[in-house]
Design a protein around this ligand. Structure first.
Ligand code: 2HG
Ligand code: ZN
Length: 488
């Protein structure tokens, strides 16, 4: 893994490599001065990922203001064989949007494609450009009495284009599915600069291969998503949110089963957190307070929502929790009594990544197993990691309602961050071995990016990977779109 603290050395030939000046000059005529950054101090923030695992270098960051400009830039890159790294909010957890280190790649940012093109509250569709942040898209929907039912911790920075290109999951998958379940149409710039306008907003359109789904989850390796039609839902009129302390992941699952048996359709989020992860949040995040009297080994955040006013969710929540308390499934619970309390409870969950970052170095395993197997998986993976690396701090959390656990490992207290991170493959391989025993996936929602292509032959090898490689070769024969990501 590259080390940001590496000493300065004289530039090598590889360091000096870059995109030819003539190409950059032509791009400037397409996008104007506003649309291109070339100063290293301006480009550097785009070339590093949120986790600081990769410090890349880009000859320039291109920021087109329209789809036509973006398409013209891609056409030029295709002709000149210039590799492109598409980038949205740069919130990838797997280095999916960072360039390599030799300066030969351009970053193509969608940040200026930020228009809401259309919102139809009757048809429940939202047509937006790729650079609109997920938060801004949610707010635009809410203003018209609608809900964009996709929520992730990085929604303030993550952009719709990236969210779709990586098929983001998040907190509402249990009810509404992943990003791919919410997209009706796409506009995509293909690797030769052609614009495919598939911005249809139909609920039924059974006309051959579903091309939009090819681009969702392709991680920028097949083209650049420039606009999308998203499915909306009616805005909830009633919600109830609770934070529950439980003794084990088994108890968390029992609680989930009870909510499901009672009214599965009302569950909009069911999240698990560990006692250790919560202690990091309370320690590092200003203003974060646990609303329970005593800390617990695990916590559950449950959110119920209904578009029906007077749905009685508060009573339902109370009844289920009271019964669970009586049956020793639950230790304690706090039900939010106001919007402020609801936001405070959600903040305890959403700040988990930031708190872990402030605590030290971590190795992340974004994995999924069948929901019923989550507790067994957590137990076995914890034992495997503690045996492998005594003192390692296991921080499992995430979306237990859909089986996606972030099985993160925090460096042992007093250890060197670089020493710990150097063991990332050994740790990930140990966790993945358990994932395999539980019929799970080595990447549930964060994708493959630059971190996990080496795992692809082992997990998706044979026919599946060969098919993916044939699709890549057919759509991007020059191999210019996001090289080194997703495919080994
Ligand atoms: C979340 O669920 C994100 O908060 C980030 O997917 C998970 O930091 C992580 O590992
Ligand atoms: Zn997540």
């Amino acid at each position: 893994m590259p080390d940001s603290a590496a000493p300065n050395t004289a530039p090598t030939d590889t360091d000096r490599a870059g995109v030819p000046t003539a190409v950059l000059d032509t791009i400037r005529t397409i996008v104007g001065d506003r649309g291109i950054l070339t100063e290293p101090t301006d480009t550097a923030p785009y070339a590093e990922d949120w986790r600081r695992l990769y410090q890349g270098r880009a000859s320039a960051v291109i920021r087109p203001g329209t789809t036509a400009e973006l398409a013209a830039v891609v056409a030029l890159c295709a002709r000149s064989g210039t590799p492109i790294v598409p980038q949205g909010g740069n919130t990838s957890m797997v280095g999916g949007a960072v360039p390599n280190e030799d300066g030969s790649e351009l970053i193509l940012s969608t940040v200026r494609l930020n228009r809401i093109r259309d919102l139809d509250a009757a048809d429940l569709t939202l047509t937006i450009e790729a650079g609109v942040t997920l938060k801004a898209a949610q707010l635009a929907a809410a203003e018209q009495g609608c809900l964009l039912p996709l929520s992730i911790s990085s929604e303030g920075s993550a952009q719709i284009g990236g969210v779709l290109a990586t098929n983001a999951g998040g907190n509402n998958t249990v009810r509404y599915g992943n990003a791919r379940d919410l997209v009706l149409g796409l506009e995509v710039v293909l690797p030769d600069g052609t614009v495919w306008n598939g911005l249809r907003r139909l609920r039924k359109d059974n006309t051959g291969y579903c091309l939009r789904q090819l681009f969702v989850g392709s991680e920028g390796t097949l083209g650049v998503i420039t606009a999308a039609v998203m499915k909306l839902a009616p805005q909830p009129k009633e919600t109830a949110v609770a934070l529950c302390g439980v003794n084990s992941a088994e108890a968390a699952l029992s609680l989930f089963t009870r909510f499901q048996a009672h009214d599965a359709a009302s569950i909009s989020a069911f999240e698990l957190m560990s006692g250790l992860g919560m202690s990091f949040v309370v320690k590092h995040i200003p203003g974060a307070v646990l609303p329970l009297e005593t800390p617990a080994p695990f916590y559950v955040l449950v959110e119920l929502a209904s578009p029906r006013p007077g749905a009685g969710l508060r009573d339902m929540m109370e009844q289920i929790l009271e019964r669970a308390l009586g049956d020793d499934i639950l230790n304690d619970a706090a039900i939010a009594e106001s919007d402020a309390q609801r936001a405070a409870i959600w903040r305890l969950r959403e700040e988990h990544s930031e708190a872990q970052k402030r605590e030290g170095a971590s190795v992340k395993n974004d994995v999924s197993v069948p929901v019923s197997k989550v507790p067994g998986f957590i137990r076995q993976a914890t034992a495997a990691c503690e045996a492998l690396l005594p003192g390692v701090r296991v921080v499992p959390f995430g979306h237990i309602g859909d089986g996606n656990i972030h099985f993160n490992l925090e460096q042992p207290v007093g250890s060197e961050a670089a020493w710990f991170l150097a063991q990332d493959h050994v740790i990930m391989d140990a966790v993945n071995q358990v994932v395999r025993e539980y019929d799970g996936s080595f990447s549930a929602e964060h994708g493959i990016g630059r971190l996990k292509p080496y795992m692809m032959p082992d997990w998706r090898g044979g026919t599946e990977l060969a098919l993916m490689q044939r699709i890549k070769a057919a759509i991007d024969p020059g191999g210019i779109m996001n090289p080194g990501k997703l495919l080994p």
